[in-house]
Design a protein around this ligand. Sequence first.
Ligand code: NAD
Length: 361
Amino acid sequence: MNVDIFKEMEDKNVEQIIFNYDKSTGLKSIIAINDTTIGPALGGCRMWDYENTDEALMDAIRLSVGMTYKCSIAGTNFGGGKTVIMGDPKTDKSETLFRALGRFIQMLNGRYYTGTDVGTTGEDFVHASQESDYLVGLPTEYGGSGDTAIPTAYGIYMGIKAAAKISFGDDSLKDLTVAVQGAGKVGSFVVEHLLKEGANILICDVVEENLKALTDKYPQVKVVAPDAIYEQECDIFTPCALGAIINDNTIPKLKCKIVAGSANNQLAESRHGKVLHDMGILYAPDYVINSGGLIQVADELEMKNNNHDRVMAKTRKIYNILLDIFEISRKNNIPTYEAANKLAEDRIETIGQIKRKYVGY
Ligand code: NAD
């Protein structure tokens, strides 16, 4: 390995890294626990055909740090963690592989909860749940809280409204034009919310069936080519597909006043958040606006029962959280992603201080 593990842990304030190997199934996985100041770590399990252990380790660390910020800003009582499994999700999955993972999760005794992420599904965690009590996001028939795309899309809709209030002085989306990238699970639900409010929709996708499913239901949406989405004349650009789409190539094409969508890691580099800020384009930080799914799984754990209305009520607060972030950004003339990080860090710091008080037995 070339990674200096303790240096990475020090730089990113990572509490613990656990390497798991199981001979009988060939499982190789890494769990990174970034910060448990406010509660046990929470974060999904990614399965990916990593080139080598360094790449897997760095992904686990990077993703666990992101979860700390997301869990804090969403107002949950969880810290950040993430698991990666080294393997090809198309060919290397089995019941026993996920049961082996479940046993390793169980050994952490509630210090870390995990569930689905890229490359893993609810069914995989049904297997893992044979061995562990610390799993979330199982299919509803196994007691899970269901499709996270529903609260995620609702959070995106509320976040777009908050951004519109700042950029256009009114949170109504009527007659505004929104260019949506990706007609997948979240993108399609977002479009439904926007249409109900009278917005005009431009949409693109690289998978024809996904576009067709949406346009059959809503013929009024206008389809554009995937490469043309950035340069559309629109008020709002809503990325719901890939990460790193705000970059040196795409920024000069943008004609929108707002970037607000569900994709993770939208900024190719954080400096691109500063470029948007300097151009007067309001960016809703991705981990804030797309936290509806996390809110749902955190609620499932905290409340020990599933209640859709409660999850949606918590998700609605993304509107106010974003207004606070936009205000901090305006007052301090800093990019919105920096304002969001500050708010998340302040909450962790303050709760950490509160927890220092002795409360007796
Ligand atoms: P999805 O796979 O259902 O949808 C993604 C869509 O994007 C697909 O239809 C895909 O064909 C399309 N796409 C891929 N490449 C594209 C391109 N170059 N141009 C246009 N379209 C393209 O995934 P999803 O669950 O809808 O998630 C969308 C995004 O939101 C992802 O980045 C995901 O990480 C993020 N996110 C999802 C959730 C959730 O609860 N599902 C929560 C937080 C963040």
